[in-house]
Design a protein around this ligand. Structure first.
Ligand SMILES: [Fe+2]
Length: 180
């Protein structure tokens, strides 16, 4: 290899090296990461609420609800993944364990002693309503921090939360809905 070729190769290698670890050169946006991290805790928690329904619901609608809440759990996990990877892409430290989420979730404790469809629907609706409010506020906060990509990501999450919330509420018996 000529000296000139060797120099060129070294330049290319150096150039490549500067692109393989982008986060090393980009300071994390701590404020945006913190907002995303708070919603990640809530998503991990809410996904576990969905599994709790999946495992414990009883009654005539068992099969439909058992399957529905398994899908809800999967969708929430998908969104938790998207939020966590956004934190990582911004150079933040993801905290994604159940233990971390249990400590800092903003959702109400999910009752462990319920089984009926009505009680589960009401308990899950209460959890998802709380997350709905928090995600909408987070969209605004992140937009004010000038991170439009994170705001867009949270808007997408907000749409998904609205959709799940509607589908959960629609499974309440009409009598029960009219009473609230
Ligand atoms: Fe299952």
């Amino acid at each position: 290899m000529t000296t000139r070729t060797a120099r060129k190769c070294k330049r290319l290698l150096d150039t490549k090296a500067s692109y393989t670890m982008p986060n090393r050169f980009v300071p994390p946006n701590d404020d945006v990461c913190e907002v995303l991290q708070q919603r990640l805790y809530d998503l991990i928690d809410l996904a576990s609420h969905a599994k709790q329904v999946h495992w414990t619901v009883q009654g005539r609608e068992f099969l439909a609800l058992h399957e529905f809440f398994d899908k809800v759990n999967a969708e929430l996990n998908d969104h938790a993944d998207i939020v966590a990877e956004r934190i990582a892409a911004l150079g933040g430290q993801v905290k994604g364990t159940i233990q971390a989420a249990a400590k800092d979730t903003h959702l109400p404790d999910y009752p462990l002693n319920i089984a009926s469809t009505t009680n589960h629907i009401e308990a899950f609706s209460s959890s998802i309503f709380q997350l709905k409010i928090l995600v909408r506020a987070s969209v605004k906060t992140v937009a004010e921090l000038n991170d439009n990509c994170s705001a867009d990501l949270l808007s997408e999450l907000s749409r998904k939360i609205d959709e799940i919330s509607w589908m959960v509420g629609a499974q309440m018996e009409p009598k029960s809905r009219e009473a609230t």
